[in-house]
Design a protein around this ligand. Structure first.
Ligand SMILES: NC(=O)c1ccc[n+]([C@@H]2O[C@H](COP(=O)([O-])OP(=O)(O)OC[C@H]3O[C@@H](n4cnc5c(N)ncnc54)[C@H](O)[C@@H]3O)[C@@H](O)[C@H]2O)c1
Length: 306
């Protein structure tokens, strides 16, 4: 899609919205890169902590912000595995009302297909809007942190160009790093490698499919574990043996598929698909059975030790 917004905007004042598990490291990274960084979180304690412990300044109003990086939660407060984008829509309405036209809005939160375009509509096509879903991983932040390779999609061509310029400094994908550093125009950027896709919906899907794929792999490990138990076979020995093959990686089942990303994102995929993936529905059933199975095992162990 082509729109008429100017795409040579400057990136000076950056606002990270949502300073939780993802947003705080993002804000710290952006600060390290020398930008003027502000934060906004509807939880006062979270905001105070970001300000006092990490020097992320509290924003007074959205008027002069050049880039909005949205990192807010996309699950229901009372159920972390249920997707909910009400908060995202509320923040979009706030940006539409308070911010200056032509700025960049980047959605880093994980969202169901179609969400970014809805936000673009709320913003009345007055902003550049990209989706750059995150792959940040808390347990391996040094290798899978803020600056790892990411997918990016824009609502319009100029949105994508502006987004890529902000994230990795190049004006066009074809431009080499050499041109960027030696060129007359040098852009301040986050220096994050980005993989651009042709539509913003594809960027949305890429993230939830990543996590749906992980869901399937874990569910298969759970299924295999229950099979082994029923047949008195050592799961660990079988897994080690199978994993000696170069293209196989059976995971450990552990205590069920948890957290606020993998189950929620799998549901995002299922709930927004006209044709539901049968294999994912079966995987959800496997996980439910596995949890019951583990609970039963723990109960039995407690009775034996009593
Ligand atoms: N944590 C991860 O490892 C990770 C990795 C990749 C993607 N994500 C995605 O990033 C998003 C955020 O995840 P998280 O782990 O940081 O969640 P989180 O719950 O730790 O933090 C979210 C923050 O957003 C704030 N918030 C919620 N609604 C708000 C609103 N309307 N206005 C302002 N602030 C608001 C909350 O107070 C909270 O501090 C989710 O979509 C998640 O799926 C997370």
């Amino acid at each position: 899609m082509i729109n008429h917004l100017k795409d040579d905007i400057s990136f000076d004042k950056i606002l990270v919205i949502g300073l939780g598990q993802l947003g705080l490291p993002v804000a710290k990274y952006v600060k390290e890169k020398g930008f003027d960084v502000y934060g906004y979180d509807n939880n006062q304690l979270t905001m105070d902590n970001a300000e006092k412990q990490h020097g992320i300044k509290k924003i007074e109003n959205f008027r002069d912000v050049d880039v909005f990086m949205i990192c807010i939660s996309t699950h229901r407060e009372d159920d972390i595995s249920s997707p909910q984008v009400d908060g995202l829509m509320a923040i979009t309405r706030k940006i539409a009302k308070e911010a200056s036209n032509g700025k960049l809005v980047s959605i880093e939160s994980t969202v169901p297909r179609g969400t970014t375009r809805k936000m673009f509509e709320i913003l009345e096509h007055r902003f550049h809007v990209v989706h750059a879903p995150h792959r940040w991983y808390a347990l391996e932040e040094d290798v899978h942190g803020v600056n790892q390779l990411r997918v990016i999609g824009g609502v319009c061509d100029c949105c994508l160009r502006t987004g890529i310029r902000f994230y990795n400094g190049v004006e066009h994908e074809e431009r080499s790093d050499l041109e960027y550093y030696s060129g007359t125009k040098s852009y301040r950027s986050l220096h994050i490698p980005m993989y651009s896709v042709s539509t913003v919906e594809l960027a949305e899907l890429s993230k939830i499919i990543e996590n749906a794929d992980r869901y399937l792999q874990i569910a298969f490990a759970e299924d295999l574990y229950m099979f082994c138990k029923a047949n008195r076979i050592s799961f660990a020995e079988l897994r080690d043996a199978v994993n000696t093959k170069w293209n196989v990686n059976i995971l450990e089942p552990r205590d069920g598929i948890g957290g606020h990303c993998i189950p929620k994102d799998t549901r995002m995929f299922l709930e927004t698909s006209e044709i539901k993936s049968k294999i994912l529905i079966a995987a959800q059933e496997v996980d439910k059975n596995y949890r019951k199975y583990i609970e039963g095992m723990i109960k039995d162990l407690k009775q034996i030790n009593h």
